[in-house]
Each structure stands twice: as structure tokens, then as C-alpha cells.
Design a protein around this ligand. Structure first.
Ligand code: SF4
Ligand code: SF4
Length: 657
């Protein structure tokens, strides 16, 4: 006998009426989230409005891939598959339920032929099984063997009731199906229903059981839907929204502060520098906090959290989420509860952002707090404070350095940039200028560029881009230094820049244009690749193995992974560390931590050990800060000099020709 909807049920249509209050409860719950998020500031980045693939504020590609397909979830394969089973099972079951309603209301012929067999019976049974497997996996994982990332610094409660409720909905659904088949005969395709019906056997009692179970199943399913906004499963709605609104460019972009608004004497409200309370954040950030899954993937990849520092990106986000939930929007003790010690541990490596399945921007939140600590309260760790003072007084963050700014070029014939004659400015940057070991990168680049016949020159006076100030939270100082550089560049007619430091590259490309400085900027790794490709450099390729460490500001922040590897491959055999490319581990020097006194295990030693453990003959990188940090870290394990910038290795191969 064909399937008859609402078979054995009196007044089954009443279930539609019950759906109405449940939908109201659902909408009211979502409205609560909306109201909380609306307490943030409205900030619209005009630069992003012209992006391709965007409709209004919605990034379609990110919505479909990261938001709906949840592609990042699958980076952990078991969790990903369980999540996929749970989510897609629910989607298919919801679709099946909608089709039943359409059949009842409009006679849509869904219970006929192949469609009934393969979708309405087989696929829905399979979906139910997938959901049950997902539920068991997550209950076991959360309650029996939770990994550290779920419990540190705090585990989320509230998952079990809704997940168990969902399990009961599915199981009662199977019983209803089995009872129906036990009374009406085999339903081709419904493998679970057929199996249960055989177990049940045909008795009249099943008519009653089926009727009661039908109502229990229907009402619980509606209750489950209404419960979603009040439970952790609200992420079903919030993650796609957060993904759709998240800037898809890699890395964190800290916008510029409009300091002119501080001079507006008519304004009654004093603008806040950075953020001290939840109300200082944008609505998008408050959406971030509401969306957090407490999954701890950020905690697990954070170099600070993993080496015993007081910072956990998950800890920061969930503290904010709880404050928002509790309505403490104006409470400026929030920043104290997070502690400045923790906030300054962040190396701004963006590993947390890259790992987060909910597309949350943790570093931006941390940086906003830092800005407030530095610019409003003058609270900064001692060594970072010294670097800041040096930047203010001398235009670079290095203090107590023995290296003179011209030491590196005294034996070299280095041309000075001349307007109208020189094509590229070889931007030296502060670490390459003032740190003896990093100076060798500049020497190597000069040799390479001269060898390749590139028209280049350097500046006579050296100054920092201001990136360390920005990373430490001193936006005001960054803006000042950047303005001075932009003025100098404009006076000298500089249009093309080669950088050796990814921090300089990042500043020039992401922040300078907002201050009016627009240049064609190329990192040295890309320039070396282009010289090799054009045949202007030829290297002796050796059988040596070279391990490449991805600098965070080149890789995760600017998605430059292949070109440095191509350069490495042209000199020797590339070997990879387990954590590489966008999953690379920071050297520990970012976010101004080059100048910090580290607590806990030293990040540079962890990373240097990983690199040394590959057994590679050389370890290459393409950032002077990474070079300095890894060189220092490797000293604990070897006396050999193994860490080099790729420019140094290229220059070495040139010399051996
Ligand atoms: S940016 Fe890096 S150091 Fe900072 S919280 Fe994220 S993972 Fe940790
Ligand atoms: S911020 Fe992202 S990665 Fe971290 S716990 Fe929340 S959802 Fe997970």
C-alpha cells in the first residue's frame, strides 16, 4: 500500500498550528541575538564595497564554502565527518519534512515511485542514521574523552540537552516509521523502518503506539527547532551569517584611527582609542563573539597558548561572549579581566583566524584592546615600551644595538635611489638595518640585484615603516611614521619598492594606501622568483635539502606560499615541516614580541626544533625577524649555522658559479 500522510492520526493538521508558537519562540530567540549584536558600533569599510562576488555586505563565495559547506570543519577529519553527518542529515530530514507538508497541503506527489523509494524512504533513513552517529560521536568526545582544546580554558555547557533532544526526535521518528510499516506492509527503500517493523511484528497495539509516537515525535521536533536560538546549536544560523560578512582577504587588517575626530571640540563624546568595553567594538565583532563555538581550534594552534603564556584566543572570545550574553556591554573592567599580560603575548600570527571554523577575527579584537592599553592607559610591557620610545625618538625600535645603520654596506657598492633614474627602491627596513645578523640579507640582495642588472637604489636615511608600533597598539605613532615615509617617497618620486621584510610589505600594501601612499610593492622572495623565471639569475642547484619556514606576515597574512618555495627548489630539495604554509607555527617575534621578555617555553625554540628535526641541511625563511628568532632558537640545539634568508642562499649559489 502506498504511503498515506497522517495515516492513523486524527486531526494531524493540528501539528501545523503547533508550529506557529514554536516559530515565534525561535524568532524571538534570534531577535535576542540580533539585539545584543546591535549594541556594537556600525562600521562599514568603504574599501570592501567594490569587492567582486559580493552582494551588499554578503560575500557569496565565503557564505557557500565556509559558511554552508563548512569547509574548515573538515581540517579535522573525524570531527569533520561527524559534523557533516549531523548537519547534512538534519538538512535532508528537514527537506523531507517540508515535502510531507507540501504533500498534505498541495498534494505534491512525493510518495510515488522512485522518488518515494530513494528519497522519502532510503535517503531519510540514511540521514537519520548519520545524525545519530554524529550525536554519539559528539557526546562521546565532549563527555568522555574531551581534547584539551574543548576544556581549556573552559568547556562549554549546554550542548548535551539539545543534542540529546535531537537524538530522541530521530529515534521516535524511526519508531513511527517502523510502526507504520508493521501495520501497512513493507516500504521499499525504508531499510530502518522495514527492519524495525520486522522486530515489532504486526499487532494491533502498534496502531496505538504509532499514534502516540507520531505526536511525540512531531511536538519534540518542533520543540527542538524552537530551542535552537537558546542553545549552542544557534551556530547553525550564526556561522553562515558570520562567514558571509567576514572579509575574505587573508589575515587581519587593522583599519586606521581617524585622529582628526579628537580635535572636534563641538563633539560631546570623546572618541575611544581602541576598545575597552564591548560597546567600543563593531557589530561585526559582537557577531563574532556570539558565533564562537568554543571549539578551541584557535587555542590549539596559538603559539602563545601552546607555550604556557597567559593568552588563549578562545579564552578571550568566550569571555567576551559571556559578557555580551550577560549584558555587560559598557563594563570597562572587561579589559582588566583579560589582563594586559595576556593581550601582549599575541604575536599577531593569525593562526587562530585561519583555524577558526566560524570565521572569527580574534587578532583584531586583541589588537583593539592593545590600542586602548597603549594609547589610553600607557600600559605596555617594559621592553615593548622601550622599543616604542626608540621609535618615537630615533625612528626605529632597536635599542642597545651594536650594529650601525651603515655597517652592512660599507664594503659594498650600494647605489642610492635617484629620482627619474632608479626603478626600484630597495627598502631596507629597521631589523635589517640595525641587527647584525639580518644585515647580511641586505648585503645578499645588493649582490643579487647587481648581478641581475636591476635598476635599484636605497635611501640615504633609514626609518622604520611603523609596523612594530602598529602591532604593539601604538596606532598614533604608526600613522606619524607612515606619514613621514609617504612624504619622503613622494618627494623622491618613488613608485616601486622591493621589501625584504614581510612586515614592511604588509604595511606598504595594506595600511599606507589608506594614508595616501600607493606603490607597487614586491617582497624579495617574489622578486627573486621573477628574476629566476626571466633567466636573469642562474643558480647552482645542489643536492642539499632545504626546509622552508613560512613567515606569518608573508604566508597567512598575504597568502604568499609558493614563490619562496619555488626559489628554494631552484637551489636544492625542499623539505617541509609538519606545520607548514597556512598551518605554519610562528617564530614568536610578531606583535612586538621580538622585544618582549617571554614567559613559559620559548616559541622560537619550539619552531627551530621542528625545523632542525626535518634533518634538512639548511633552514630557509624570508623574513628578517624569523631569521633572528629562529637563529636564536636553534642555539639551544646546535652550534651550526643552519638558518638563512632565501636571499642569502641565492647569493651563496651565485658566488659558487
Ligand atoms: S594571532 Fe597568533 S598569537 Fe595571537 S591569539 Fe591568534 S594564534 Fe595566538
Ligand atoms: S574563536 Fe573560533 S576557533 Fe576559537 S573557539 Fe571560537 S569558534 Fe573555535
Amino acid at each position: 500500500m502506498g504511503r498515506i500522510p497522517y495515516w492513523n492520526i486524527n486531526l494531524g493538521i493540528l501539528i501545523d498550528a503547533f508550529a506557529v508558537p514554536m516559530i515565534v519562540i525561535f524568532v524571538y530567540g534570534m531577535y535576542g541575538h540580533w539585539k545584543r549584536i546591535r549594541q556594537g558600533k556600525v562600521r562599514i569599510n568603504p574599501d570592501l564595497s567594490k569587492s567582486a562576488g559580493k552582494i551588499g555586505p554578503v560575500y557569496i563565495y565565503a557564505l557557500l564554502t565556509k559558511g554552508i559547506l563548512g569547509t574548515r570543519i573538515y581540517k579535522k577529519i573525524y570531527t569533520g565527518v561527524a559534523h557533516g553527518g549531523l548537519f547534512w542529515g538534519m538538512v535532508i530530514l528537514l527537506l523531507g519534512t517540508i515535502l510531507v507538508f507540501l504533500n498534505v497541503l498541495f498534494g505534491l506527489p512525493v510518495f510515488r515511485g522512485g522518488f518515494n523509494r530513494w528519497f522519502m524512504s532510503f535517503a531519510l533513513d540514511l540521514a537519520g542514521i548519520a545524525v545519530i552517529c554524529g550525536i554519539l560521536f559528539f557526546l562521546f568526545r565532549r563527555l568522555v574523552f574531551p581534547p584539551e582544546r574543548l576544556t581549556e580554558p573552559k568547556a562549554r555547557t549546554g550542548f548535551s540537552p539539545i543534542v540529546l533532544l535531537l537524538g530522541v526526535v530521530i529515534l521516535t521518528g524511526f519508531v513511527v516509521e517502523g510502526g507504520r510499516i508493521a501495520c501497512n506492509g513493507i516500504d521499499n527503500g525504508s531499510f530502518i523502518g522495514n527492519y524495525l517493523s520486522m522486530m515489532f511484528g504486526k499487532t494491533d497495539a502498534w496502531l496505538t503506539v504509532h499514534r502516540y509516537m507520531w505526536w511525540i515525535h512531531g511536538l519534540l521536533a518542533l520543540g527542538f527547532l524552537a530551542y535552537i536560538p537558546y542553545s549552542p546549536l544557534v551556530h547553525l544560523v550564526l556561522v553562515p551569517v558570520n562567514a558571509a560578512l567576514a572579509d575574505p582577504m587573508p589575515g587581519t587588517k587593522m583599519g586606521l584611527i581617524d585622529f582628526s575626530s579628537f580635535e572636534d571640540e563641538e563633539s560631546e563624546e570623546m572618541p575611544v582609542l581602541g576598545a575597552a568595553t564591548l560597546a567600543d567594538f563593531s557589530q561585526k565583532r559582537l557577531l563574532d563573539y556570539s558565533t564562537c563555538l568554543w571549539c578551541g581550534r584557535c587555542h590549539e594552534v596559538c603559539p602563545a597558548a601552546q607555550t604556557g603564556k597567559p593568552l588563549s584566543p578562545k579564552g578571550v572570545i568566550i569571555t567576551l561572549a559571556e559578557s555580551l550574553q550577560d549584558g555587560h556591554v559598557e563594563d570597562d573592567s572587561l579589559i582588566d579581566s583579560l589582563t594586559s599580560e595576556a593581550l601582549f603575548c599575541c604575536t599577531t600570527c593569525a593562526a587562530c583566524m585561519e583555524a577558526c571554523p566560524a570565521l572569527i577575527n580574534q587578532p583584531k579584537t586583541i589588537m583593539k584592546f592593545r590600542q586602548n592599553l597603549v594609547m589610553e592607559r600607557s600600559e605596555i610591557p617594559e621592553m615593548m615600551g622601550k622599543a616604542n620610545s626608540s621609535l618615537e625618538l630615533r625612528g626605529h625600535p632597536f635599542f642597545g644595538t651594536g650594529a650601525g645603520p651603515r655597517d652592512w654596506c660599507k664594503d659594498l657598492n650600494v647605489p642610492v635611489f635617484e629620482e627619474g633614474k632608479t626603478e626600484y627602491l630597495l627598502w631596507i627596513g629597521c631589523s635589517v638595518t640595525y641587527e647584525e645578523r639580518a644585515q647580511q640579507i641586505a648585503g645578499s640582495m645588493v649582490k643579487i640585484l647587481s648581478h641581475a642588472g636591476t635598476s635599484f637604489g636605497i635611501l640615504e636615511d633609514f626609518r622604520c615603516t611603523g609596523d612594530p608600533a602598529k602591532q604593539m597598539g601604538n596606532e598614533f605613532l604608526f600613522a606619524e611614521l607612515a606619514q613621514q615615509n609617504i612624504e619622503d617617497f613622494s618627494d623622491m618620486g618613488i613608485k616601486k619598492i622591493i621589501t625584504m621584510c614581510p612586515h614592511c610589505y604588509n604595511s606598504f600594501t595594506r595600511h599606507y594606501p589608506k594614508l595616501g601612499g600607493n606603490y607597487q610593492v614586491i617582497p624579495h622572495s617574489l622578486f627573486l622568483k621573477s628574476l629566476l623565471k626571466a633567466g636573469r639569475l642562474r643558480l647552482n642547484r645542489e643536492s642539499k635539502t632545504i626546509c622552508y619556514h613560512d613567515p606569518c606576515y608573508l604566508g597567512r597574512r598575504n597568502a604568499i606560499y609558493d614563490e619562496p618555495r619555488d626559489v628554494v627548489n631552484s637551489m636544492g630539495k625542499l623539505v617541509e615541516m609538519a606545520r607548514n604554509r597556512n598551518e605554519s607555527f610562528c617564530c614568536g617575534g610578531g606583535g612586538g614580541n621580538y622585544w618582549a621578555e617571554e614567559v613559559g617555553t620559548r616559541i622560537n625554540q619550539v619552531r627551530a626544533k621542528e625545523a632542525l628535526d626535518t634533518g634538512a641541511d639548511f633552514i630557509a625563511t624570508s623574513c628578517p625577524f624569523c631569521l633572528l628568532m629562529l637563529t636564536d632558537g636553534a642555539k639551544k640545539f646546535t652550534e651550526d649555522q643552519k638558518i638563512f634568508d632565501i636571499a642569502e642562499l641565492v647569493a651563496l649559489q651565485l658566488e659558487e658559479r
